[in-house]
Design a protein around this ligand. Structure first.
Ligand code: SF4
Length: 452
């Protein structure tokens, strides 16, 4: 019993981390569908055999090997990996070699539980003797998801840029979907078109990502936007504009959120979800803040070595932040003249909103920083309602709800908390229908603004 325990603890450090991906198959769980496929394309462009696993089909397995106390995304992704490996084992029989696979599961530093998913999943994989050698490849928000050790050192920085760009392009394709689907001439045409566009774009990242030929990728994206615009029926009048915030996995994973965007659209909404790039920007920004604090402290205490290393960190992280912003602006600047798409706000702006209204602090961290500032922005921009989408019991989203619900009530802007745990709540659709009725009333009284 003791020996088993120590083997498990050793496994947490030996089999979770940043492993070289050469000659391995990288298994990427699907969070938002487009982003996952684009990043897989980017990995393939850099020579890693990456694939996106089927999702949600293994939920029963996920529930069987969790206790129910974990956050819902942990249950879903545990099911995804177990089902994939089970099928792979059946397919390959004796040729199945667990050492060929790396399961991709990033993490974030506390204070909530995202840092624990991969540890828990390690324990689950270790409970199957034949899966003990499947590694878990983990990136951490602590170093802004740097890829040290996973990609060859001389290419890691290039890959990080391409990966970030794939996240931005994934966001734009998602925004194209939400922008045109409520106004489509033919039902289902937008979904088919976006699915096809996603495959084309993943191939573009595979072909041009490694050489960072981003202009070619943007040329293709421009063509897609033009093709997408042709699906719109210009006679359909503008609809109430609804903003979504919340926990990144749940608000992006259509199976887990029971396709909340489509349901809102069914009741007359046009929806904008918070982006994925926003989270990456936030982690980078947080590292910059951290570096500034440590530099200040070292300066105060006249620690020369500390000042030197602090300065270096600040320059590196500040450089990452700046480069990310340049890439993001470059993509949106090309797309904005073609179609009125929502644009991400800079982190400095988000922090200012929180400080200005004394609502929350970046010092406390978590996605609550983004969700609270995001709702304030939606309010200011004239959205007709906001939905906060999150896993049942999610800490940052519960904080968001407790702070923002009274403010939304005071400002008479429709607001809905939508918590999910995999069960179907009989009242959910009625709640969304009522929310959309209120949003329509708001729209009639106040109109709506274009995306800024
Ligand atoms: S953000 Fe919410 S769902 Fe995600 S780990 Fe933290 S508490 Fe769990």
């Amino acid at each position: 019993m003791e020996a088993q325990k120590s083997a498990t603890f050793r496994s947490l450090s030996e089999n979770v981390g940043q492993f070289n991906l050469r000659d391995k198959t990288l298994l990427i769980p699907e969070m938002n569908r487009i982003g996952a496929h684009l990043i897989a394309g980017a990995f393939r462009g850099f020579g890693t055999n990456a694939l996106v696993m089927d999702t949600y089909k293994g939920l029963e397995l996920g529930k069987e090997f969790t206790s129910g106390k974990e956050c819902f995304p942990c249950q879903v992704t545990t099911g995804d990996i177990l089902l994939y490996l089970k099928n792979e084992k059946e397919r390959l029989g004796d040729d199945f070699n667990p050492e060929n696979y790396v399961f991709f599961m990033p993490e974030a530093e506390g204070p909530c539980r995202f840092g624990m998913y991969n540890k828990y999943q390690r324990i689950v994989l270790d409970s199957f003797p034949e899966l003990r050698k499947v590694k878990i490849g983990s990136l951490t928000s602590q170093d802004s998801y740097a890829l040290d050790g996973m990609i060859d050192k001389n290419r890691a920085r290039d890959f990080r840029k391409t990966a970030y760009f794939s996240v931005v392009i994934g966001d734009i394709l998602d925004r194209l979907l939400w922008r045109i689907r409520p106004y489509e001439r033919e039902e289902g045409a937008t979904d088919d078109f976006i699915e096809q566009s996603m495959i084309t774009m993943a191939n573009s990242f595979e072909s041009y990502g490694a050489t960072r030929d981003f202009d070619r990728i943007l040329d293709r994206l421009e063509e897609m936007i033009e093709e997408g615009k042709a699906l719109v029926d210009p006679d359909i009048p503008p609809k109430p504009l609804i903003g979504i915030v919340g926990e990144i996995y749940l608000r992006s994973h259509v199976h887990s959120n029971q396709n909340v965007i489509k349901m809102l659209e069914r009741y007359g909404a046009e929806v904008v979800n918070a982006s994925i790039a926003e989270w990456v920007d936030y982690t980078t920004y947080d590292r910059v803040r951290e570096a500034k604090t440590s530099l200040r402290l070292n300066l105060k205490q006249f620690r020369l070595d500390g000042v030197k290393s602090g300065l270096k960190k600040l320059l590196n992280r500040g450089g990452d932040m700046l480069y990310q912003r340049i890439l993001l602006d470059r993509a949106y600047k090309r797309m904005k003249p073609l179609l009125d798409l929502a644009v991400d706000h800079g982190m400095t702006h988000m922090e200012k909103i929180l400080t200005r209204d004394d609502l929350y602090s970046f010092e406390l961290g978590t996605e609550a920083c983004l969700s609270i500032a995001g709702i304030m922005e939606y309010m200011q921009e004239g959205y007709n309602g906001v939905v906060n989408v999150y896993p049942f019991t999610c800490m940052p989203s519960t904080i968001t709800s407790s702070i923002m619900r009274p403010i939304m009530n005071r400002n008479k802007i429709p607001y809905l908390d939508a918590a999910y745990d995999g069960t179907y709540q009989p009242g959910r659709e009625a709640a969304i229908r009522t929310f959309m009725y209120q949003a329509n009333q708001h729209f009639k009284r106040n109109g709506r603004k274009k995306h800024s």
